[in-house]
Write a protein that binds this ligand. Structure first.
Ligand code: 8Y4
Length: 277
């Protein structure tokens, strides 16, 4: 069993702010990422109460095309270096490529956020060698194919079994137990009912004994419940409802786009739970 416990149920989870460094997110007017704009956005999220900035250079949206390793490095490494110069706050690198994870950690990142849970060639060895916390996320299929026909007999049981197996393999490869985080991967190869079952039974993921990261911010399941959320920017209410559920269940960290409103909601929820200021 891991030695690091999920945060106490009375505590607030940490907040991870999302920083996509793709040319469509922070365009310099051409095909490159605007470095200063990306760093400003990260600093703004930290001022609003983010504990971690998650930097990703490859879109993991449903149907997205893969990005070559050199292009991913060109996007993320300058941002990590520049942000490292500005803040001591934790930086995570969102990548499934071991070479990108290594370069990012060498450039100053602190955490490896791996949506493929160390399944790429060399990933287990790289994680053990880097010695940093690693987030193992469940995904069925690949970003290109994952929403084609998600199918499970028992989605919560299968996600828990997968995450347990990946954690065991990571430890067998030399990753320390207290460096392992788990994530049910909301929206990654899941139907609306699969996502809802995982949120309903999130306690079962948390009961595995590792700290859990939960990411539902702005995801499509919200629009599937409420069509007024068809635009990504119109999903704040649903995102907050999901983050509150994760906090209530004992998640250790929530991955969000709207840092200020999420921190406010978490603070109010925690105060209500205490029943006093
Ligand atoms: C609008 C905005 C619609 C964003 C969809 C999205 C997770 C993650 C992502 C997660 C962990 C996303 C990299 C998907 N989600 N990493 N990454 N957990 N650990 N989609 O849930 O934000 S990207």
């Amino acid at each position: 069993m891991p030695t690091s416990k999920p945060r106490r149920q009375n505590d607030m989870p940490f907040v991870m702010g999302v920083l996509n460094v793709t040319p469509d997110s922070f365009s310099d007017g051409g095909d490159f990422v605007d470095l200063a704009a990306a760093v400003d956005r990260a600093m703004e999220m930290l001022e609003k109460g983010a504990d971690v900035i998650d930097i990703g250079g490859e879109s993991t949206r449903p149907g997205a095309d893969p990005v070559p390793v050199d292009e991913e490095l060109r996007r993320v490494i300058p941002v990590i270096k520049a942000l490292r110069d500005e803040t001591a706050a934790r930086i995570s690198i969102d990548t499934f490529k071991p070479a990108v994870a290594r370069a990012a950690i060498e450039a100053g990142a602190d955490i490896w956020n791996d949506v493929r849970a160390l399944q790429e060639d060399g990933a287990l060895e790289t994680a053990a060698d880097l010695g940093v916390p690693v987030i193992l996320m469940h995904m069925s299929g690949t970003p290109k194919t994952m929403q084609d026909k998600p199918d499970y007999q028992d989605v919560v049981g299968e996600v828990c079994d997968f995450l347990t197996e990946r954690a065991d393999l990571a430890m067998a490869a030399g990753v320390k137990a207290d460096c392992i985080w788990l994530d049910p991967g909301i929206g990654f190869g899941k139907t609306l009912d699969h996502n809802l079952a995982l949120m309903h039974d999130l306690d079962q993921v948390i009961a595995l004994g590792y700290p859990v990261l939960f990411g539902a911010s702005r995801k499509r399941f919200i629009a599937a419940i409420d069509e007024s959320g068809s635009d990504e920017m119109e999903r704040l209410g649903g995102s907050l409802a999901a983050a509150m559920r994760a906090a209530q269940a004992g998640a250790a960290m929530v991955r969000v786009h709207d840092v200020r409103m999420t921190v406010q909601a978490l603070k109010v929820q925690a105060a209500i739970k205490r029943g006093k200021a």
